[in-house]
Ligand binder design. Sequence first.
Ligand code: ADP
Ligand code: MG
Length: 632
Amino acid sequence: MPVESAYNHRMPIRQLSETMINQIAAGEVIERPASVVKELVENALDAGASRVEIVTAGGGLNLIRVTDDGSGIAEPELALAIARHCTSKLSDDIHDIRSLGFRGEALPSIGSVARLSIRSRTASGDSAAEIGIDGGRVSPVKPAAANRGTTVEVRDLFFATPARLKFMKGERAESSATSDVVKRIAIAFPAVRFTLAGPDRSTLELPATDDTPEGRLARVAQVMGKDFPDNAIAIDAVRDGVHLAGHVSIPSYTRANALQQYAYVNGRPVRDKLIAGAIRGAFADVLPRDRHAVTVLFLSLDPSTVDVNVHPAKADVRFRDPGLVRGLIVGAIREALAGAGIRAATTGAAGMMAAFRPGAAPYSNPGPANGHRSYDAAYRAPGGFDLSRSAQRPLDMGYGEARPRTNGFAENEQAAFDTGPLASADARAGMAEPAEALLGMVLGAARAQVHENYIVAQTRDSLVIVDQHAAHERLVYEALKNALHSRAVPSQMLLLPEIVDLPEEDAERLAMHSDTLAKFGLGLERFGPGAVAVRETPSMLGETNVQQLVRDLADEIADNDTVETLKERLDKIAATMACHGSVRSGRLLKAEEMNALLRQMEATPGSGTCNHGRPTYIELKLADIERLFGRR
Ligand code: ADP
Ligand code: MG
């Protein structure tokens, strides 16, 4: 019916039915099967469960069943549990929320759009009882048989709201959204055992660990894969009563999207723009634009300084002091990255080892676990370095010619066996026994330069290969950035001040931050109501779109109360300059120059990756090399 007709034939005002009210609420709270699972699991956890079992069928549209061993619901309260605005979790203070639920609307909402039944037994109850609600129609409480705890069963989700049913994405997509929800929440409750099973999925089992730092990391590894802890740095920082803990991946271990960024505020899983933005900011100059860090971050703060009652799904939060939270996250991550010094992803070396391993079937090499980025795609290319074949063939049999050169690696492979004049010229840097002290350094002693770009170095227990161009680019970048942020950024006067018209609040915000902006070389001041005048811009930016820059800054201050944008832009320029100003590959280096480069890398935070996020060096453990040759 066209909207207009409602005005033409206006109906009298009347109170909506209870079921209708619940269905409207369900529209917000219950978006898809995964939202039902989220609400039911939250209820189980709020009830103190130590075991939560979830079963789904048909992507959750046919069946969702959640069983817990928590406190249970006493028989006389069963009817209240499915009544709107009835909760056992909120006292009189909306500012002090310590449970996952508090709105008292999940169960009645679900019951209005599906067939819901709750069977429960408390510790003191001598028997269980059950209640049902079917598209809003409540059936009377009846006795049942059950152990202590609660089983909630939801069948035929959205049968009562067919419009919503049409928007479901198909069984596979819905089951995988449910897995994500369970994993997300399980990270925050390591001491609880979770299982997720059903005919529509492969079983997920997360045995209980415990609520210690090790236990929490073990749970994270269950969820994200065993290689995450190996490629992660611990975060632990406090600022003004806000505590941040967790892990972030090292820059060479990244994903193509931000789905593996888990954030928790006082134990509640959240998807928060401010936190996501802070993570992006913290990694801005160690990751390429299209790559994302893997993170698990727990924020703990006084519940009265954060509002979780922003949206019915409770995944959004508002911080009373967003600048503090952002600053804490960015600062702590950057500090941790710097403290970790240089570290290359183990997956890179592992992928390479797999490709080198004699007998590795050329076409069946599995990709790295969990689809992690492989900058070493070439190592896994079909027809990769197949030692089992080369070992049986004389090296001079026209090896390279006999096989089609279908990929770059075939050429490298050829080059590796090439003992022509170029290679020997490269190898001239091969030198006398390295000093014992150098062998103890992270990147060891330089032994040779090959292919005019790779420094081969040796530590006590490994072989290190450094990409000289990438490494140098990074060093120049870090130096430029330091120069940039340690003193005022040079600015250029505009011939004529540029007037930017903005909403009054934005103009006001910019003016409030004008001192900081000036430090970055952007001189601006109020220009009557709803405008600012820009007199100076950072020289490094060159010809820049002042209007756009100022509006972006205003947006950012509004969102985050900081002026990161400008800093990030300047960093980006420093990166571009570094790229132009650094040693191109192809320059032959003397032994001292190579060692100097290695020492400088060791001393420079972030030098483990180049400005584009690729590793600047890889390390092969002697033990692995020995294994490769069958010596172990
Ligand atoms: P909320 O969680 O916001 O209180 P719900 O509609 O999700 O609202 O649940 C209503 C009430 O039912 C809860 O406050 C709780 O007392 C009870 N309840 C629901 N699920 C469980 C459970 N699994 N174990 C014990 N009590 C439960
Ligand atoms: Mg709830």
